[in-house]
Design a protein. Structure first.
Length: 212
């Protein structure tokens, strides 16, 4: 695994207030990042998500997967998923992220967006099983996508372009005061894989809330 010479400033807070978001830029060279993209695309046990909205079951085009050091579970809309054991590549990437951030993580939620037309609505990752004000490390592969933050009170927005092989970290009270989302776009025709490394603190395997 080769590391890219980081040009972004990981010590710079992208948020003007109420939280901390640091963009590390590319932490993998393009060749290594594409190798990981291919392995993740082929070998991860991707599944379409389901949600019950206004009494109707909706199957998302976006695919997800959940991995961790235990079989952590989460339940939503009458369905339950359990974390699968780490793969070799996910452990390598977890070590990379932990080295870069000086944080530790025990689980990873993966998202596969087949094109720019698939995105993520405004939300915050405030599940009770997550470490309070803990870091969430977002590692991106494939298509470059706009990633937005919106303050819950002031509605102020912050935008960053997530590059292929790049790392972004959200921490401190960010989830309490800011929403984040991945806006759909017809301009992007290629796929993107996103890994969000997290820390589950619950000793009991209580349900984990999924976000749509």
């Amino acid at each position: 695994m080769k590391l890219f010479d980081i040009e972004a400033d990981p010590n710079k807070n992208l948020l003007p207030q109420d939280g901390a978001v640091n963009y590390y830029g590319k932490v993998l060279d393009d060749e290594s990042a594409y190798d990981y993209f291919d392995v993740l695309f082929k070998n991860i046990e991707w599944q379409h998500d389901r949600a019950v909205i206004f009494g109707k079951t909706v199957i998302t085009k976006r695919k997800v997967a959940w991995y961790g050091e235990q079989d952590f579970s989460y339940r939503y809309s009458g369905t339950e998923k359990r974390a699968l054991p780490w793969t070799k590549e996910l452990l390598e990437l977890k070590q990379l992220v932990e080295t870069q951030t000086s944080e530790t993580f025990n689980s990873c939620l993966l998202n596969l967006y087949h094109s720019g037309e698939e995105g993520m609505a405004w939300h915050s990752d405030g599940e009770t099983d997550l470490k309070k004000n803990g870091a969430i490390a977002s590692l991106s592969f494939g298509a470059e996508r706009r990633f937005l933050f919106k303050h819950k009170n002031t509605q102020e927005k912050v935008e960053v372009l997530l590059e292929h092989g790049s790392l972004l970290v959200m921490k401190d009270c960010t989830q309490s005061f800011w929403l984040h989302g991945l806006p759909p776009t017809k301009k992007v025709k290629t796929s993107r894989i996103n890994l969000t490394f997290r820390t589950i603190i619950s000793k009991q395997k209580r349900p984990h809330k999924a976000v749509f």
